[in-house]
Design a protein around this ligand. Structure first.
Ligand code: SF4
Ligand code: SF4
Length: 668
């Protein structure tokens, strides 16, 4: 008997195809209204130039959007997502086909007939089974394993949306399979391809009357259509909006890591602005608002966030969810956003380590948002008191210690048998060693600066420093949100750098390296010392010869601003491997999953209440778990923090911390 399409039937005197049109128009009208609201919100954001370097953007779209490179970093969840995502692409054609069939009273797209149709029908049938399995697996995984990262503030009740959507996906698969199965069971029509899912469904109906198949087919068809349009309208209401916005969000991702966005794009002088930071939702840029739409709530950001790991009141995932819900609910006039909805402790808890951004599968940004919120706190005098004195000292003396500039080069007197040249205006050197504040004044960090100049001297490099004319690089100042002071430091340093001639700038500190490279104008030829010394060691100009003490096991801690923000994972490791007698082990969290020591940026000057343990303490445990007794760093803030943590943990008899350059010089 021939198959009669459900839309060709009449229901209570109304032709099925008319019902199809009514459902379609109502659903699209509702969807357009919601989408319009979202677009209005997006358009209320500040400008953000995201249309440059289209080739890199398209490549990123393929890498992170289509191939979904980051998904497999969480293997089990990644596989599920791959299956559902691929199924979504393949089955969207099927959905279109089913809608058109309904509108045309059973009309089928002509190119879905014939041999391509047979192939496509087989493919969609296989994927329906795969997506069905992935959906069921995802539901069971959530029910049985209950991964912590899926929760919102530890409340499992908020997972209902995920269950609803997974349930809808499963329902859509089952109804389409049964639609085909009913058609197979009720008709002797020619084959529509190899349909394993439909054949399985038809097998369960075997023995029943052909009319049963027809009724089933008709019922599940309408249920499928209604579920599909319900799903479509549900998408923009919460986290599944990412199905629509994730690809654009990936396309418009931030291309350069490490740097900070200006206070407002398109404004040259921050003093021209009425307000600097972000105090209201609409002070965010449109891209940052798009971020809120695009969060999948997968929790990977919070899972990797060191602030969350030590119990600070910050969860990047909740940060995004709170702001998204705030934007959707139009609560803007009822509750202050900065310092209210997002508390000051949340804002200061962030170390700007970048672990969240590295992990996020849809390229959501956090650091620029945090800095924008801090700019508002600074502007409205909501900063912790501890910052005021540091900022005042930097403003007055150019260093966070408030020490006189005339003593900035005193550390050079302690370098045995070596006179460190101080470059004056018009002087020239092969290398300008930019020392920065901590290496100039802190006695422990001065040892690293001394090791660096020894390394330069032994490599026969002609170099010099800026002495009293050097000011703090301003890395922390900018990340603290004090944009005005940062601009002053930048101008003074640029003027000094512009009046000396050099081929290369070498820095001690990854933070100074990062800010000179990413925040300063122009293209300063700046290198971190590990990058600079590696080729010198490789070509024998600097020769580590003395063997390290036997029995020591070393591990390298990746500083966030060297690794994640600048991709320099290998040079320090390559240097370590050249040291005679080196026994190097890796910590479980290393390279782009390194765990922040908690010392960079503002955290050095401000303690967050409620922290269960110091980040550096957790990091020392990780090193011990890896079997190491020596932690090597290439960042002075990591060194200070980790050394302190070793002492606090009472481990100073069994573990020690050293800087890479100190270690290298000790073997020469
Ligand atoms: S930058 Fe680091 S500390 Fe800040 S939210 Fe991201 S992971 Fe957490
Ligand atoms: S911000 Fe990214 S990593 Fe974090 S929950 Fe959202 S999608 Fe996942």
């Amino acid at each position: 008997m021939p198959f009669v399409h459900p839309s060709a039937e009449t229901y209570f005197g109304i032709p099925g195809y008319v019902l199809s049109w009514v459902i379609l128009i109502a659903a699209l009208a509702l969807f357009s209204c919601t989408l319009y609201q979202r677009i209005l919100l997006l358009r209320s954001g500040q400008p953000d130039p995201r249309f440059s370097q289209l080739d890199r953007r398209f490549l990123g779209l393929i890498r992170y959007g289509l191939i979904q490179k980051k998904q497999l970093r969480y293997f089990g969840a990644g596989i599920i997502h791959y299956l559902i995502f691929t199924g979504f692409i393949i089955l969207s054609l099927r959905s279109l086909d089913l809608i058109i069939q309904g509108l045309g009273g059973g009309y089928e797209l002509y190119w879905l007939k014939g041999s391509f149709g047979g192939f496509y029908n087989s493919l969609k049938d296989v994927f329906e089974l795969l997506v069905l399995a992935a959906g069921l697996w995802a539901i069971l995984r959530r029910l049985l394993l209950q991964p912590e990262r899926y929760r919102r503030n530890g409340d499992p009740g908020h997972q209902s949306e995920a269950y609803l959507v997974l349930g809808l996906i499963v329902f859509l698969m089952i109804t389409d399979i049964l639609f085909e199965a009913g058609r197979l069971a009720s008709t002797s029509q020619v084959s529509r391809g190899w349909l394993p899912a439909a054949a399985l469904g038809a097998w369960t109906l075997s023995g029943s009357l052909p009319s049963t198949g027809a009724v089933l087919s008709s019922t599940v068809y309408w249920l499928h259509l209604l579920a599909f349009f319900f799903f479509l309208n549900f998408l923009p209401l919460a986290k599944h909006f990412h199905i629509i916005t994730a690809l654009p969000n990936v396309f418009f991702r931030k291309l350069e890591k490490g740097g900070i966005k200006p206070a407002r794009w398109g404004i040259e002088n921050p003093e021209d602005l009425d307000s600097l930071g972000v105090g209201r939702l609409t002070d965010f840029t449109w891209k940052h608002l798009l971020d809120f739409f695009s969060c999948t709530e997968c929790g990977r950001c919070s899972d990797q966030c060191p602030a969350r790991a030590v119990g600070r009141p910050l969860s990047p995932k909740m940060f995004t969810i709170k702001l998204r819900d705030y934007g959707y609910s139009k609560e803007e006039n009822k509750i202050a956003m900065t310092g209210g909805l997002i508390t000051t402790d949340e804002i200061w808890s962030c170390t700007t380590c970048g672990a969240c951004e590295e992990e996020c599968p849809v390229c959501i940004e956090y650091i620029d948002k945090m800095i924008d919120l801090r700019r508002h706190l600074i502007e409205t005098s909501q900063t912790p008191k501890s910052f005021n004195s540091v900022l005042m000292q930097i403003e007055k003396t150019g260093n966070p210690f408030g020490k006189p500039a005339s003593k900035r080069a005193d550390w050079t007197k302690e370098v045995p048998g070596l006179l460190v040249p101080i470059l004056k205006a018009g002087d020239e050197a092969e290398v300008l060693y930019f020392v920065d504040g901590y290496a100039s004044y802190d006695p422990r960090v001065q040892i690293i600066a001394q090791a660096i100049v020894q390394g330069l001297h032994r490599s026969n490099i002609q170099f010099g420093i800026l002495g009293a004319r050097e000011k703090d690089s301003g890395h922390q100042v900018r990340r603290l949100g004090e944009e005005g002071l940062f601009q002053n430091l930048l101008e003074e340093n640029m003027e000094t750098l512009g009046s000396r001639r050099f081929k290369q700038i070498v820095t001690t500190d990854p933070h100074a390296f990062n800010t000179l490279k990413k925040d300063y104008p122009g293209d300063l030829p700046v290198m971190h010392y590990s990058q600079f010394f590696l080729p010198l060691i490789q070509d024998g100009r600097l020769k580590p010869a003395k063997a390290l003490a036997p029995g020591d096991v070393y591990t390298y801690h990746d500083p966030c601003y060297l690794g994640r923000h600048n991709g320099l994972y290998d040079p320090p490791r390559q240097i370590l491997k050249t040291l005679p007698g080196m026994n190097l082990v890796e910590m479980q969290r290393c390279r782009d999953r390194s765990f922040c020591c908690g010392g960079g940026d503002v955290n050095l000057w401000h303690e967050i209440e409620g922290e269960e343990m110091r980040m550096a303490g957790k990091r020392v445990r990780m090193a011990r778990d890896a079997g190491a007794n020596v932690i090597v760093t290439a960042c002075l803030f990591c060194l200070l923090n980790l050394e302190d943590a070793v002492k606090t943990a009472g481990l100073d008899k069994e573990m020690r911390v050293t800087d890479l350059m100190e270690l290298v010089v000790s073997t020469i």
